[in-house]
Design a protein around this ligand. Structure first.
Ligand SMILES: Nc1ncnc2c1ncn2[C@@H]1O[C@H](COP(=O)(O)OP(=O)(O)OP(=O)(O)O)[C@@H](O)[C@H]1O
Length: 325
């Protein structure tokens, strides 16, 4: 990542730099990949100035053009694999959940999406040899489903598993949770997340996991009726690009959850399909479909991945956390 300060960019004075930072554009890279309209609104500047700033940022950040395959290969080498704690599940994901990608998990209520989020929030804090990424977590919680008590159970589960004495309070300190009260708030929280990630960048636990649980619930509740569909998809699309950018810039794993329709509905369509339709399908790099099975078992199906075959894994959701059955 470039070390250029915002103030060193042409057309950016100290006041504008501060406005940009307040709006969540705290790095040259974040500015370089924004659109003039987006930047103009966020920092309250004219669009032509915004366009000039973006050009300057692109030069300074040295991103946005073509890359040769070896450069892509270098960045891909940094891709981290976060363990789910379940062997079969890790296997179908090629060894774990990739950083620098969005993984969407969809399924009915109670299928275990939130449990997976909690387990990853614990695992990501572990060192690499234990399947973690030695990182912190940012969680955008839209339905008030985050439960610190559940984290404690999972940390206790880890202590048992490894015969070590993990302190759940330490784990909780590295999970930054924000409630999103509506879809606009949810969108703004990604900016806040970028800022926080930036602050923690050089700490001993940089942010390596972003969870948005649920990605779609607010959008679904707020955009009702056919006339609003295009608007909703457009907002969701931009939101997802912001999220993807977060994952790329922070080399972070991104997990977003999504519901399926429990009963057919003319607006949202097929009951077995995730909400959000095509836009989500194209943006999330990995899609997982979770469903309940017997007892505490859950079936996780990889339905879409760039370079992996579709496959299924069985996991158990136990008090100690996600486990192999
Ligand atoms: N402490 C626990 N011990 C064992 N199993 C648990 C525990 N807490 C939750 N579960 C299991 O996880 C299920 C809830 O799963 P989860 O909250 O992840 O669902 P979800 O897919 O996020 O649903 P929703 O769409 O409603 O948010 C419970 O029904 C239970 O089976």
């Amino acid at each position: 990542m470039s070390e250029t300060l915002l103030e060193d960019l042409d057309h950016v004075g100290p006041a504008t730099a501060q406005k940009l930072i307040d709006a969540g554009f705290s790095t040259v890279e974040a500015i370089a990949v924004s659109s003039p309209a987006e930047l103009a609104t966020a920092a309250d500047i004219g669009e032509s100035t915004a366009a000039k700033i973006i050009l300057a940022a692109r030069k300074a950040a040295d991103i946005g053009g073509f890359e040769t395959g070896d450069v892509v290969m270098e960045r891909r080498k940094l891709v981290g694999k976060l363990s789910t704690g379940c062997k079969e599940f890790n296997d179908i994901m090629g060894g774990g959940i990739d950083s620098q990608a969005i993984t969407e998990v969809y399924g009915e209520f109670g299928s275990g999406k939130t449990q997976l989020g909690h387990q990853l929030a614990v695992n990501v804090q572990l060192p690499q040899e234990k399947g973690g990424l030695n990182g912190s977590v940012i969680m955008i919680d839209t339905e008030n489903t985050f439960r610190p008590e559940r984290i404690k159970q999972m940390v206790d589960g880890l202590s048992e598993l490894y015969g070590e004495d993990y302190d759940y309070e330490e784990f909780l300190k590295h999970i930054h949770v924000a409630r999103a009260y509506n879809s606009n708030h949810q969108i703004l929280l990604v900016d806040a997340a970028s800022e926080l990630a930036n602050q923690l960048k050089d700490s001993d636990k940089p942010v390596r996991l972003l969870i948005v649980d649920s990605l779609t619930a607010h959008f679904r509740a707020e955009y009702i009726g056919r006339g609003t569909l295009a608007d909703r998809q457009q907002k969701l699309n931009k939101h997802l690009h912001d999220i993807q950018r977060f994952g790329d810039l922070n080399n972070a794993v991104v997990l977003v959850t999504n519901q399926v329709m429990s009963k057919p509905d003319a607006f949202f369509g097929d009951p077995t399909k995730p909400i959000g339709g095509h836009i989500l399908g194209h943006t999330s790099t990995f899609r997982l479909y979770m469903r309940k099975s017997k007892g505490d078992k859950r079936i996780v199906k990889l339905v879409d991945a760039p370079n992996l075959p579709d496959a299924e894994a069985v996991i158990s959701v136990t008090t100690a956390g996600l486990r192999d059955p």
